[in-house]
Design a protein. Structure first.
Length: 375
């Protein structure tokens, strides 16, 4: 599957790089802290996360102005500017109704847009974000820590980025921390990173929560240090009818070691809704992004059909093989035994006629089972 990079412009003339992955109802992701659409797909966990969603949806991602392949020349990082960038991508994608997924720094923009454009939003999902920054218990200490962090970032961006990453994925494998730090350094300059973080701390959408009309799911990990758990709880309490799902773990990143828990909740939320004909309470399209099938045959029709009789789990294993993961890493990632991975490998090799990892990797890319970076 080719993933071309496209560009659109804000009313101020700022160019934004974006991608559309997959086909189906759209899920738009307001840009979080740092992204780089070319490098994103080097992370097998993110490839698996977005690739799984792209089997059933059009996943819309973009680089925030100031980051990645979007314009980097002194953009504004105010909340209004973030909503304007999101609106420009939405206009370019041209979907009348879609889901919004607000993750981390993308959360306030998602909330503001959902409050301002209720007719466009079919579902709102919020993961590891907050509506405003709570005052610190000790303002003087908090200010001193932030001053020290800025000094470190300015003195050595490599070390400073690693420190920020370890806050988001505590106890992660050193190779993963190094990759994330490299991504951050490629995606954003140190002074821009400081400005982005400072602006985010000033965002306050708490007064907009009550205006959100879309069915909303709020996910938050109890041990998240980058975005404290209390922030997610307050979001769910402020948005009418929102469902709050506390989750185990401490990773702020989307791809926690057991990332299937995020995917499971996301897919369930997108599939749960009023399946009667009509806008909520009016008439028209069903509110659900994935209308429930009325028959078993419809359910089977909705199940992705993989080539050569591959099962969904075999495709998961194949994707991780193509990403260079070892048997042990695949087992840990999918939370299954190494022997089970071995059986899946044997079965899928037999189905696709592969003699080894090189053949399997070539097959995965040839059959468009993993996203490919555009040239």
């Amino acid at each position: 599957m080719d993933v071309p990079i496209r560009f659109c412009q804000t009313p101020a003339g700022v160019r934004i790089a974006y991608q559309i992955i997959g086909d189906g109802p759209a899920i738009v992701w307001p840009a979080w802290f740092y992204t780089h659409l070319e490098l994103l797909w080097e992370n097998p966990r993110l490839t698996h996360f977005f690739g799984t969603l792209a089997e059933r949806f059009s996943v819309v991602l973009y680089d925030k102005p100031g980051c990645g392949l979007s314009d980097r020349d002194a953009p504004a990082f105010t909340l209004a500017a973030q909503v304007e960038a999101l609106a420009a991508v939405v206009a370019a994608v041209d979907r009348p109704r879609f889901a919004l997924f607000g993750f981390s720094q993308g959360g306030p923009a998602a909330i503001a847009y959902a409050a301002q454009h209720p007719d466009q939003i079919a579902r709102l999902l919020l993961y590891s974000t907050r509506g405003h920054t709570a005052p610190p218990d000790d303002p003087a200490t908090a200010a001193a820590v932030w001053d020290a962090a800025k000094t470190l970032i300015r003195a050595h961006w490599g070390f400073g980025s690693s420190v920020l990453i370890q806050l988001s994925i505590p106890d992660a494998d050193p190779a993963l921390i190094a990759w994330e730090a490299r991504l951050m350094q490629a995606a954003v300059d140190p002074e821009v990173a400081i400005r982005m973080l400072e602006q985010f701390l000033s965002f306050d959408v708490s007064t907009l929560l009550a205006q959100v009309q879309a069915p909303t799911l709020v996910l938050h990990r109890r041990g998240d240090q980058a975005q404290p758990f209390a922030g997610g709880r307050e979001l769910a309490a402020g948005i009418p009818g929102a469902r709050f799902v506390p989750m185990d773990g401490a990773w702020h990143a989307l791809y926690e070691r057991a990332e299937q828990d995020v995917l499971r909740h996301v897919l369930a939320h997108l599939d749960d809704g009023d399946t009667t004909d009509g806008e909520p309470g009016t008439g028209g399209e069903p509110d659900s992004l994935l209308p429930r099938p009325a028959t078993a045959s419809a359910e089977r029709a909705r199940t992705p059909a993989y080539p050569d009789g591959l099962t969904a789990r075999e495709v998961d294993v194949l994707r991780l093989i193509a990403a260079g993961q070892s048997t042990r890493e695949i087992a840990a990632f999918l939370v299954i035994a190494e022997g089970t991975v071995g059986r899946h490998v044997t079965n899928l090799y037999g189905k696709i006629g592969a003699r080894g990892r090189a053949d399997a990797t070539a097959y995965a890319f040839r059959r468009a089972l993993v996203p490919q970076r555009s040239a």
